[in-house]
Design a protein around this ligand. Structure first.
Ligand code: NAP
Length: 314
C-alpha cells in the first residue's frame, strides 16, 4: 500500500489549496477526486469576488489551481473514496480501486445540488432539468428558461442564462431574495428576467425533454402552466459526507464539525471548505480553509512525538 503524509479527499478550491500548502511544506501529498478537479467552482459561469481576479471563469481558476498543485508536487488521482479506517496514527483510505495509507487527512468534499421535490423533477434531471447553467445554457438559445431559487447561485445563473434565452422566469418561494444586494439589483434591472415571487414549481413535464412546468402560487394556490425549454435548479446544497465513518462528527444537516484548527473529532483528520459547518461558503473561504488545514496537518506531523509520524520521503 502506498503511504502518504497527507491525503486530501476532494479536489475543489479547498482541497487543491491544501495540496499546494502540504506539498510546499514537504509533505508527501495525495489528492483524491471523483471525476475532475475544481468542484462546483468549475461549473460557475463567472467569478467576480475572488480577490485579484475581477473577472475569471470557474474553469480558468480550476485549471490554474490544478496546475499549481501539480507544480508543487501533489499527486492527483481520480478515485471515489468508499471508506476510511482509523488506526492509531495511521489512517487507511479505501477507494474504488486501491487503498492508501496516510498520517493525516483533509476532507474537502464540498456539497452537491439539491433538487426540487415535485412530479417530473427526478425524471427530467439531465433531460432539460439542469443544475449547471454553464454546461447547459447554450441549449437555451432562443428558448425560454426557468430558474428556481433565490440565492446567489440562482440569481447569478439567471443573469448568465439571459445571454442566450429569449426570457428567463426566476421562480422563488419567497418575496425577497437571499442573494447579495448587487445581484438583486442586477437581476431586477435585467429586462429578460421575469421574477415570479412566492411560488414553487409543482410539476415538470414534457416528452423526451422538458417542455412545460406548472408554477404554483404560495399565496393563492393558483397553478400557472409555462412553456419552457429548460429548468435550472438552485435550491441549496447538501454536504458530501455519506461515506464518512461515524467517528467524524457532523451537525444535524451533515456538515462536518471542526475546532479552531479545522481538526475534526478524529485527531489528524481535518475538514476544509463547503463541507465544513461554517457561516460562509465561498471560494475564498474554501481556499483559506485548505491552507489552514494543511498547515495544521503539517504541525501535527512535526510536533507529535511519535516516530510513526515522521515525514515520508517524497
Ligand atoms: P442558498 O444560498 O442556500 O440558496 C438556496 C435558495 O433556494 C434560497 O433562496 C432558498 O429559499 C431556496 N430553496 C431552498 N429549498 C427550496 C425548495 N425546496 N424549493 C424552492 N426553493 C428552495 O444556495 P446557493 O445559492 O446555491 O448558494 C450556496 C452557497 O454558495 C451560499 O453560501 C452562497 O452565498 C454561495 N455562493 C456565493 C456566490 C457568490 O458570492 N458570488 C455565488 C454562488 C454561491 P429561501 O431563501 O426561502 O430559504
Amino acid at each position: 500500500m502506498i503511504e502518504y503524509d497527507l491525503a486530501i479527499i476532494g479536489g475543489g478550491p479547498g482541497g487543491l489549496t491544501a495540496s499546494i500548502y502540504g506539498s510546499r511544506a514537504g509533505l508527501k501529498t495525495l489528492v483524491l477526486e471523483k471525476v475532475i478537479t475544481g468542484g462546483q467552482m468549475r461549473l460557475t459561469s463567472g467569478i467576480e469576488n475572488y480577490p485579484g481576479f475581477p473577472n475569471i471563469t470557474g474553469e480558468e481558476l480550476s485549471k490554474s489551481l490544478h496546475q499549481q498543485a501539480m507544480n508543487h508536487g501533489a499527486e492527483i488521482l481520480s478515485r471515489t473514496v468508499k471508506s476510511i479506517v482509523f488506526e492509531d496514527f495511521r489512517k487507511i483510505i479505501d477507494t474504488d480501486e486501491e487503498s492508501f495509507g496516510t498520517k493525516t487527512i483533509i476532507i474537502a468534499t464540498g456539497t452537491r445540488h439539491n433538487n426540487i421535490d415535485c412530479p417530473g423533477a427526478r425524471e427530467f434531471a439531465g433531460r432539460g432539468l439542469s443544475f449547471c447553467a454553464l454546461c447547459d445554457g447554450a441549449f437555451m438559445r432562443n428558448e425560454v428558461a426557468a430558474v428556481v431559487g433565490g440565492g446567489n447561485s440562482a440569481l447569478e445563473e439567471a443573469d448568465y442564462l439571459s445571454r442566450f434565452a429569449t426570457k428567463v422566469y426566476l421562480i422563488h418561494r419567497r418575496d425577497e431574495f437571499r442573494a447579495d444586494k448587487h445581484l438583486r439589483t442586477r437581476i431586477l434591472d435585467n429586462p429578460k428576467v421575469e421574477f415570479i415571487p412566492s411560488a414553487v414549481v409543482a410539476r415538470v413535464s414534457g416528452s423526451d425533454i422538458v417542455e412545460e412546468i406548472e408554477v404554483k402560487s404560495l399565496k393563492t394556490g393558483e397553478i400557472t402552466p409555462l412553456k419552457v425549454g429548460g429548468v435550472f435548479v438552485y435550491v441549496g446544497n447538501s454536504p458530501n459526507t455519506a461515506f464518512l465513518p461515524p467517528e467524524i462528527k457532523t451537525n444535524a444537516a451533515g456538515y462536518i464539525l471542526t475546532d479552531d484548527k479545522l481538526e475534526t473529532s478524529v485527531p489528524g483528520v481535518y475538514a476544509a471548505g463547503d463541507v465544513r459547518d461554517t457561516d460562509l461558503r465561498q471560494i475564498v473561504t474554501a481556499v483559506a480553509d485548505g491552507a489552514r488545514a494543511a498547515v495544521n496537518a503539517n504541525r501535527r506531523i512535526e510536533e507529535t512525538p511519535c516516530p510513526e509520524l515522521g515525514k515520508t520521503a517524497v
